[in-house]
Ligand binder design. Structure first.
Ligand code: NZQ
Ligand code: ZN
Length: 398
């Protein structure tokens, strides 16, 4: 077993109505002036933003809103939000939305105490921050796990880079997870979120470091993600399914699955970040294309792990609420790689792509995509990739 540290200071409030204590919690922390960060409009349309603003202003808090953070978030939005936070003298940040809003807010939290662009943190040129604004999070989409971790991922469109960065100061103070708030997530993003949480479990599971307990957790996260993920996509109002998927997505990247190992591989994420930066595809959609291809490519090195995956995940169809899907024969695919067939079948069933062509990326993109993977050195921590690997991987993605 590897040496490891467990540290996760996030207070997580989970369940229906948990945001009711938001204003009181901020006041209890001595925080009066809050900048609220939101995305393109979903939280306005659902009425959530107005409810939260009413609650905070009703209890005497001074609140401003920074609106319009895009999916695959860019550092320029974070720099603009830093300016607004400084000019209002914000004492805290509240992110209301999915991973893109939360990751932007993490950048703002650290950027508040500096004079340089937040991008310098991601590019590696800035000193480690010594302070950050306290961050509170109301999560509206089950996917990334950012609500309970120290990581943030932003994009620089000028350089074509999508980069992650982490620091302990970026752990949210409190994250509010109300499954009802995820019921408005459309079918496609629900599916992408399930693909993302499964990818997180796989990245850590495929780390060769020995930690059987973490591997057992990862296998269960994957199995339950397939069962409840299929249900949540089938019926977005299925509160039980939404609740389970929400908790699974948090557990998949909050440290639980990595204890006892040095780190995850995250090579599939490295490749996906190149796809997102190049084609602006949704993160989970990119992952559901890359993962089956990556497993096919590295299969000879992960045989035993694939067998355990097959055992853990088979039978997800038998729990599906739709009798037609429940009784349909399982799609086999390559008989030598049954887990890949199962995974592709599952992704297709929930409606997330498994081929680049399904995302409208033509085959002529093969060579420039390989060149980009090379340029950004898209590789894993354990499963190293170089030119021939990227070439094969891209072929397998078509
Ligand atoms: O912008 P709005 O209008 O809010 O709409 C969003 C967006 O269009 C919508 N949405 C969110 N909650 C909703 C909703 N629509 C209806 N009802 C709701 N309740 O969903 C769309 C996608 O939102 P986004 O935040 O982009 O998705 P996600 O949560 O999947 O976040 C993806 C980002 O997180 C990064 C990804 O790279 C990507 O940039 N990641 C962050 C990680 C981390 N910090 O630990 C790890 C991940 O591996 C990932 O890299
Ligand atoms: Zn991810």
């Amino acid at each position: 077993m590897e040496s490891f540290v467990v540290y996760n200071p996030v207070r997580l409030k989970f369940g229906e109505g948990v945001t009711d204590t938001l204003a009181a919690d901020l006041l209890e922390h001595g925080l009066q002036r809050v900048l609220v960060l939101v995305g393109k409009g979903s939280v306005r349309r659902s009425g959530l933003l107005d409810r939260l603003l009413d609650q905070m202003r009703g209890q005497g808090l001074e609140v401003e809103v920074f609106e319009g953070i895009r999916s695959n978030p860019v550092y320029e939005d974070a720099d603009r939000a830093v300016s607004q936070a400084k000019s209002m003298g914000a004492q805290a940040l509240l992110a209301v939305g999915g991973g893109s809003v939360i990751d932007t807010a993490k950048a703002v939290a650290a950027g508040y105490y500096t004079e340089h662009s937040v991008w310098d943190f991601y590019a590696g040129g800035a000193p480690k921050p010594s302070r950050a604004l306290p961050l509170f999070v109301v999560l509206t989409l089950a996917a990334t796990g950012t609500e309970m971790n120290r990581a943030t991922v932003l994009q620089n469109n000028a350089t074509g880079q999508k980069r992650g960065w982490g620091n302990e100061l970026l752990f949210p103070k409190i994250s509010y997870l109300d499954p009802l708030l995820t019921q408005t997530v459309p079918r496609d993003y629900t599916a992408y979120g399930v693909a993302d949480l499964m990818a997180h479990a796989l990245e850590q599971y495929f780390s060769p470091d020995e930690s059987p307990l973490s591997d057992a957790f990862a296998l269960q996260v994957l199995r339950q993600a397939m069962i409840y993920g299929a249900r949540a996509v089938y019926n977005g109002q299925d509160t039980e399914a939404r609740s389970q998927v929400l908790w699974l997505s948090t557990v998949a990247l909050n440290g639980t699955l990595i204890a006892g190992k040095k780190r995850g591989d995250f090579g599939v994420h490295a490749v996906e970040h190149v796809l997102s930066a190049r084609y602006d595809v949704a993160h989970g959609a990119g992952l559901s294309v890359v993962y089956p291809a990556w497993i096919k490519h590295f299969a000879p090195r992960i045989r035993a792990k694939l067998e355990a995956l097959e055992d853990a995940c088979s039978g997800w169809r038998a729990t599906h609420p739709d009798p037609q899907i429940r009784t349909a024969p399982a799609v086999v695919g390559d008989p030598d790689l049954p887990f890949v067939g199962m995974l592709e079948d599952f992704f297709e069933q929930i409606g997330t792509p498994t081929r680049l062509s399904q995302m409208g990326i033509p085959v002529e993109e093969c060579a420039p995509l390989v060149a980009d993977l090379h340029r950004h050195n898209a590789t894993g921590n354990y499963f190293e990739m170089k030119e021939p690997d990227w070439q094969r991987l891209v072929q397998l993605m078509y």
